[in-house]
Design a protein around this ligand. Sequence first.
Ligand code: C2E
Ligand code: CA
Ligand code: CA
Ligand code: CA
Length: 278
Amino acid sequence: AKNAGRDGFAFFTPAMHEEAETQAMLHQEMRFAVSDNQLELHYQPIKHLDSGNITHVEALIRWHNPQRGLVRPDLFIPLAEKTGLIREIGHWVREEALAMINRMQQYGIQLSVAVNISTAEFYDRELAQKIVQQVQDAGVPRGSLMVEITESLLIRNQQETLNFLQTLQAAGIRVALDDFGTGFSSLSYLAAFPADKLKIDRSFVHQMSSDSRKQALVDTIITLGHSLNMTIIAEGVEEEADEILLRARACDSIQGYFLARPMTETMLLNFLLDYPDD
Ligand code: C2E
Ligand code: CA
Ligand code: CA
Ligand code: CA
């Protein structure tokens, strides 16, 4: 961040200068990431607590930078959002997730995949139609692609957002509200947008077994979501104690390091083949 200088000029410390330089370099390098096949999706399973089944996976992007190695999305997604490159990346993520769904089908695995959609992609007013088109072109089973959005989608007006959701849902694409509870307007968001799933942000879930305030909040979110007919997924479940608590509180599904970390497609395939089914 910039500091306002004496005469209203912004001044930069050496560290800020370095950061700006790194950002500019990262941006240059990122321009070739898609065409040079440097992007990869990793997949993290989501478990339904009642049945114990893996119902779907979340696709999480990874960038193999030739010089820097693996770059985390927290570092380059915000940059891609600023430069507009996120639209190309978002398109690639969906193509890759759809191709992966088809590959899994060939192994006899019916797996749904959730992809993240950045708020910055919503400036494209045809986004919903484009996603539906991508799904149809890929010929995947109905319902096998899902999307995750955050409440910052509210930057568009309510009617447009409603149209967005309805276009997707009419094509069998279920929508999850991501990072629920961290925004400024969670409640009004819930009232206005009929999403299918709600993901409790991991800041509420993390270490909840030793924090009664977090438990109370998680409880409230679960009750709220259920009363609106939403399926609840708790993110960031790192310990068995959290899973036990969430189960007792009728949370529907969990995602987190306790079950599995995000992994490559090959690792996921082995994970699923080894996974006990009953
Ligand atoms: P997110 O959508 O909230 O994704 C969940 C993040 O939590 C992932 O981080 C995942 O690795 C991490 N996580 C999962 N379980 C645990 C756990 O038990 N403990 C902890 N501490 N972390 C856990 P990741 O993969 O680094 O992604 C970070 C964020 O980057 C994502 O947060 C999402 O906002 C963004 N992102 C990732 N992939 C994409 C993408 O394809 N498109 C867009 N637009 N954004 C993406
Ligand atoms: Ca997500
Ligand atoms: Ca999340
Ligand atoms: Ca997040």
